[in-house]
Design a protein around this ligand. Structure first.
Ligand code: ZN
Length: 187
């Protein structure tokens, strides 16, 4: 089922996600619905907060993007990113690595707003997969950026919080308009 994606100005986007204790049929349903919702919007990542739930659940799939490479390492060995997709991360913990690099980002909760965001170029990730099995990997490039963006969502952090002041100032009219529109719709 395709779910509604909440937009900037909706309070749940600022809520920290609760850890998932067990992978219930409801969680599996949620994961399936989040994938359907993400693919329909042509996104590469979606967090539970974006469908109105403050839970530590996010889904990712970078296969559609061919012009921005991703890297993956499993147990210290290079691995095929495409074979690792689609990716479910439950209760993820990340450790950023490497230098900070700027790159373009958007967010399904901020339609038509894009900006360069600086983030570490790679991350170590520990999480549970969609079956509740522990997974561990290191990733770089676009996947590392997407993972960091989604893990931020699970903590109630948005990409506008990571923008430099100048960029955010330039986008302020658009952000305020989006927030006002969201509030209007919630009435
Ligand atoms: Zn986002």
């Amino acid at each position: 089922m395709v779910l509604d994606i909440v937009k900037y100005g909706t309070p749940v986007l600022r809520a920290k996600g609760a850890k998932v204790a067990t992978i219930t049929p409801e969680i599996k349903r949620l994961v399936a619905d989040m994938f359907e919702t993400m693919y329909e919007s042509r996104g590469i990542g979606l967090a539970a907060q974006q469908v109105g739930l403050a839970l530590q659940v996010t889904v990712l799939d970078v296969r559609e993007v061919t012009d921005r490479p991703s890297t993956l390492e499993l147990k210290g060995e290079p691995a095929d990113v495409n074979e690792f997709m689609p990716l479910v991360l439950i209760n993820p913990e990340i450790t950023p690595l490497g230098k900070t690099v700027p790159g373009p980002e958007g967010c399904l909760s901020f339609p038509e707003i894009f900006a360069d965001i600086s983030r570490p170029e790679s991350v170590d990730v520990k999480a549970l997969d969609g079956e509740g099995k522990p997974i561990q990997f290191r990733c770089g490039g676009l996947l590392a950026r997407a993972v960091q963006h989604e893990v931020d969502h699970l903590q109630g952090i948005l990409f506008i919080d990571r923008m430099d002041k100048k960029t955010k100032d330039e986008l302020r009219p658009e952000l305020e308009a989006l927030q006002a529109e969201t509030k209007q719709r919630r009435k």
